[in-house]
Design a protein around this ligand. Structure first.
Ligand SMILES: Nc1nc2c(ncn2[C@@H]2O[C@H](COP(=O)(O)OP(=O)(O)OP(=O)(O)O)[C@@H](O)[C@H]2O)c(=O)[nH]1
Ligand SMILES: [Mg+2]
Length: 375
């Protein structure tokens, strides 16, 4: 929407309140406002129109469109932002009635991506090119990881839930964190040591948002493929967000749309430090009753992180196998790899060799077996 050189655009936001809408229109507009701000715009006004269905010509209806035109002139807005995807005819009608350009939610989201990519690269780069580069990097990362066979847990969730903050806290990483939607553009993967000597890979991904248009989901597919490789999806959500349930539903549906509905999942309710006082305690209690398997954490205060680490270690170890065997002394390098890749419970050096007991990932277990057979 905006160039850093020019003054920010003044946006007038419009949403329809339809009986079928999953979010309350005012909440959806609030979210649209934060998207517009992340794209560098300023919100000068907003309006919700109740309708049973969108108007085919003008989306909001003719009378409302004229009223919006008057408000836009009074507030000196530069642009109208519609909370839904518009047909070309609806967009044209609204532009003719309001005399300013009209963009929709998808346009704003694409703007944020282009803008973030731009600030990161220090130059304007075609978004498609950018996403293609992400896909190439990922392919390389995937190649080296396949050789390692490590357990991969991918952080997924609604935008701004705290995924990157959590990755930083768990993996001592230095991923960009911001209180704005779509702070993360491309996936980052880090090696993380967990209790019991388990090492896993933890990856951060692009956040989801309500009404992410299908065309955009297709564009994100490359960046979201990180999720397709995951052994465990760690669904991060903001515990105290007034739209928590809507967020959970949007994420669930988006994951389903990516064919990941059946993938093992762990729900992490983040930002529990914000649940304060008796009200906060009551909310936490009701969430614990509603989601008995969820882990409550605060990525910023560190509360609950040990719990989460233990749960991740457990998930990783569930896939592992216990091996008890004696390896020859010249297999020292293998023992070293068991130490870094698995959990070496004991290693006794005696005259027959190195007697080990370890929990290891399946591929390493297979390797240990061939070693014994051929040695
Ligand atoms: N109070 C509080 N704030 C948190 C916590 N975790 C993250 N935040 C804040 O929430 C905002 C978003 O955090 P990010 O880690 O960028 O969120 P994200 O899920 O990676 O967001 P996107 O990459 O935009 O999808 C930042 O301002 C963080 O400082 C937490 O446990 N408590
Ligand atoms: Mg992020």
């Amino acid at each position: 929407m905006i160039d850093t050189e020019t003054p920010p655009e003044r946006a007038y936001l419009v949403a329809l309140d339809l009986p079928s809408a999953p979010f309350a229109a005012a909440d959806s507009l609030e979210e649209l406002a934060s998207l517009v701000e992340a794209a560098g715009g300023i919100v000068t006004g907003r309006v919700v129109q109740n309708r049973r269905t969108p108007d085919r010509n003008s989306w909001v209806g003719k009378g409302k469109a004229e009223e919006i035109g008057r408000e836009v002139a009074r507030l000196r807005a530069d642009i109208v932002v519609a909370d839904d995807e518009l047909s070309p005819a609806q967009q044209r009608t609204l532009e003719e009635t309001t005399n300013v350009p009209v963009v929709d939610r998808s346009g704003v989201i694409l703007d944020i991506f282009a803008r973030h990519a731009r600030s990161r690269e220090g130059r304007i780069q075609d978004l498609k090119e950018r996403l293609a580069e992400v896909a190439r990097q990922r392919e390389r990362a995937r190649g080296s990881r396949a050789g390692e066979g490590l357990f991969l847990a991918s952080l997924a969730g609604y935008t701004n839930a705290g995924k990157s903050t959590l990755l930083n806290a768990l993996a001592n990483a230095d991923v960009f964190v911001a209180d704005q939607p779509f702070a993360t553009l491309d996936p980052t993967t880090r090696r993380t040591a967990l209790p019991g000597g388990v090492t896993i890979l933890l990856s951060d991904t692009v956040g989801f948002v309500n009404k992410l248009p299908p065309t955009l989901v297709a564009a994100f597919r490359a960046t979201l493929e990180e999720l397709a490789d995951a052994d465990l999806l760690v669904h991060v959500a903001e515990a105290g967000h007034p739209n928590l349930h809507e967020h959970l539903r949007v994420v669930g549906e988006t994951l389903g749309g990516l064919g990941l509905g059946e993938r093992p999942r762990l729900l992490v309710l983040n930002k529990v430090d914000l649940l304060k006082g008796t009200e906060g305690a009551a909310l936490r209690q009701s969430l614990a009753a509603e989601f008995p398997a969820a882990v409550f954490v605060s990525a910023t205060s560190g509360q609950g992180l040990d719990d989460l680490r233990a749960r991740l270690a457990e998930a990783a170890a569930a896939r592992w196998r216990r091996v008890r065997t004696t390896l020859p002394y010249h297999a020292g390098a293998l023992v070293q790899r068991i130490r870094t890749r698995g959990a070496l419970r004991r290693a006794d050096y005696d005259e027959t060799g190195i007697r080990i007991e370890a929990d290891v990932p399946p591929d390493l277990a297979a390797e240990i077996e061939t070693y014994i057979r051929t040695s």
